[in-house]
Design a protein around this ligand. Structure first.
Ligand SMILES: C[S@@+](CC[C@H](N)C(=O)[O-])C[C@H]1O[C@@H](n2cnc3c(N)ncnc32)[C@H](O)[C@@H]1O
Length: 263
């Protein structure tokens, strides 16, 4: 196996018998959507918002850019992704080039609490499984409010705190609890409303996530090869991280929630 993240993904896809020149978004999506239920949940979440081809969309903590490419493909709109990790941004750019989305996606290495964009710029800001890595929630959500146009939407799909008990670490987002900053659904709603957002909808996604993880862990026991994408993103202890996530969800220590707000 290669050492570079992009080459590891290419390697894994080519091992399935697909040559580099034939690789399309449908082939990369098993590797570039780093949240529970992957591509399926992204498709459900964002299709409720009307986007047109001159809409400007921002994905906060875009990881390898899978959701950005999905939205660019579906709506032909421009999708920007920022991520703290230089390696993720480099892989996101390479995957967009490979699959023909270079003109419709732009990736920048940046901190979500200090975004390199002017105010009132985006029609839609999305984020999936990122805020639990960020300590300064006030800065994070006030930046979301700043870069969104009036009337624009914010959609999140996140891991939230459901009890005062800490989950067992490592978790998929961090190895150590010192770097984990979970907030509750109630705290999140209060923060967004205090910034002037209006809640349109929210959904507890915990049971759907639990069903997915139960199935995934069963399959991983039978066919360890399905863990290839997770190992590329989370390292060799990915099964331990996914098992800890599953257990914390099952015990009601954390929950998965999606929400849509309008400014
Ligand atoms: C679990 S991954 C999710 C990636 C992507 N949203 C997805 O669902 O495929 C969390 C991502 O958040 C990024 N991240 C963490 N803290 C960040 C920050 N302060 N600003 C921007 N990105 C951040 C990490 O580098 C990582 O790529």
């Amino acid at each position: 196996m290669k050492s570079n993240q992009y080459e590891m993904i290419l390697d894994a896809i080519e091992k399935m018998g697909i040559s580099k020149t034939d690789i399309a978004r449908k082939h990369t999506s098993a590797y570039d959507e780093f949240h529970v239920r992957g591509r399926a949940v992204s498709e459900e979440l964002f299709f409720q918002i009307e986007l047109i081809n001159d809409s400007q969309v921002l994905d906060l903590g875009c990881g390898l850019g899978g959701t950005c490419r999905m939205l660019a493909e579906k709506y032909d709109c421009m999708v920007h992704g920022i991520d703290y990790s230089e390696q993720h941004i480099s892989t996101a750019k390479s995957l967009s080039k490979l699959t023909g989305f270079e003109a419709k996606t732009e990736f920048i290495q940046a901190d979500a609490t200090q975004m390199p964009y002017s105010s009132d710029h985006f029609d839609l800001v999305i984020t999936q499984h990122v805020q639990m890595c960020i300590a300064d929630k006030d800065k994070l959500y006030s930046e979301v409010e700043r870069v969104l146009k009036k009337g624009g939407h914010f959609i999140y799909y996140d891991v939230l705190k459901k009890s005062d008990e800490a989950p067992t670490f490592p978790q998929p987002w961090v190895d150590n609890k010192v770097y984990s900053f979970l907030i509750s659904s109630h705290e999140l709603e209060n923060k967004l409303c205090s910034l002037g957002f209006k809640k349109i909808a929210s959904e507890d996604q915990s049971q759907k996530g639990l069903n997915f993880l139960t199935n995934f862990l069963t399959q991983a026991e039978e066919k360890p090869a399905i863990l290839t994408g997770q190992k590329i993103l989370m390292g060799d202890n990915s099964i331990e991280k996914i098992t800890n996530l599953y257990q914390a969800l099952k015990d009601g220590i954390i929950g998965l929630e999606s929400g849509t707000y309008e400014l």
